[in-house]
Design a protein around this ligand. Structure first.
Ligand SMILES: [Zn+2]
Length: 373
């Protein structure tokens, strides 16, 4: 290889490494049968793996900063979006946590949650269980009551005005000290009637799920469900999936796609009837440990696992919400209409709702499937 050619190749590799992960060459619907696009748009859906702070769009950041008298280090929305350059989980999280500093008052949390619920309802999500990261807000002096009650007020309004039902999952930020997670749980328990569960997010490296055994036990004792992120391609990912499934007996797993690399763990998950909240566009970002298949949804379905699909942090992923994410999954995993109907059904069956409520939601799905052409 000539020196010039070699330099060009190296420059190309460097550019590829610096490319934001959320940049896609094609539009979500490119190459997808228009009838399938329409089917996805109309499909009644759930969403269980969406971080409210990850739905904080740049436009709203500017509006909240203005209302709260904060200066942002960006000239405009375009400059802010151009700064969303991440290449792994830590670099993503640095942008994500910095972005949420504009959230200070009860009304800010209301606006954030109502905007997400409006977007989700417009894409026919009829039920969602949403994550929030209170430790990050408590650390900035925001009261837990402002966070939970702002979101709760938005949930009530969205159900009344938009017909979308929702519940709330408090996430422990796993790379912060365990005692701050316990303090957040204690601060939230007076409002536990507004919560349905606890989860575990942020950087898994060095923060395995067993760090939160006591938190999960206390949450359970207070009637809350338990879920945990099992990050994609992390070091010790299979060990941590095993801990979550076997030792902590979580009720759901967020991500967890590397499980297809362990037939034994697949068997355990199937025996438990475990549901996974998969965010398929996140594949290929981390690469600290194993590498999850690009067609992770297909791999999990073929393994007989119960897959649901979610958008994770759409404001930081090219503003692709559930319909766009489903279209990406269709392309990457060659999903059929039957696959998509099955994934939607899994979503309703996985709901942390009373059986009669779930049945009512499933009846809506069945009515749609019976009428869809
Ligand atoms: Zn997540």
């Amino acid at each position: 290889m000539s020196m010039i050619k070699r330099r060009t190749v190296l420059a190309g590799l460097a550019a590829a490494a610096a490319m934001p992960r959320w940049v896609h060459a094609a539009a979500p619907a490119d190459g997808v049968d228009p009838a399938l696009v329409k089917f996805i748009e109309g499909l009644p859906k759930t969403e269980y793996h969406v971080h409210l702070e990850g739905t904080l769009e740049a436009e709203m950041k500017f509006a909240l900063a203005k209302r709260n008298g904060l200066n942002l280090p960006f000239a405009d929305v375009a400059a802010m979006k151009a700064s969303y350059q991440y290449h792994d989980l830590p670099s993503f999280l640095a942008i994500y946590y910095d972005g949420m500093k504009v959230l200070l008052k009860e009304q800010d949390f209301y606006d954030l949650a109502y905007a997400y619920l409006g977007k989700a309802a417009s894409q026919n999500v009829i039920y969602t269980e949403m994550f929030f990261d209170p430790q990050e807000h408590l650390k900035r002096g925001v009261a837990m009551e402002a966070v939970i009650m702002g979101i709760t007020r938005a949930r009530r309004d969205a159900e009344a005005k938009l017909g979308i039902r929702s519940q709330l999952i408090l996430c422990f930020v796993r790379d912060l000290p365990a005692d701050t997670a316990m303090a957040a749980l204690d601060a939230a328990l007076p409002f536990k009637q507004h919560l349905v569960g606890v989860g575990l997010d942020s950087d898994e490296a060095g923060h395995p799920p067993e760090k939160f055994a006591a938190h999960f036990a206390k949450a359970r004792a207070n009637g809350l469900h338990v879920t945990a992120h099992c990050d994609v391609d992390q070091v010790d990912t299979l060990k941590n999936i095993r801990t979550a499934l076997v030792d902590l007996e979580v009720d759901r797993i967020d991500h967890g796609g590397n499980i297809v690399q362990s037939p034994e763990l697949v068997q355990i998950a199937k025996q438990q009837g475990m549901y996974f909240t998969v965010c398929p566009t996140f594949s290929g970002t981390l690469r600290r440990g194993l590498t999850q298949p690009v067609d992770v949804v297909r791999s999990m379905l073929d393994a007989g696992l119960k897959v649901t699909i979610s958008s994770d942090d759409p404001a930081y992923m090219a503003s692709e919400y559930i319909n766009e994410v489903l279209l990406r999954a269709v392309t990457r995993s060659n999903l059929t209409r039957a696959d998509l109907a099955g994934i939607a059904r899994n979503g309703f069956e996985a709901a942390w709702l009373p059986a009669a409520d779930k049945a009512a939601l499933i009846a809506k799905l069945d009515a749609y499937l019976a009428s869809a052409v």
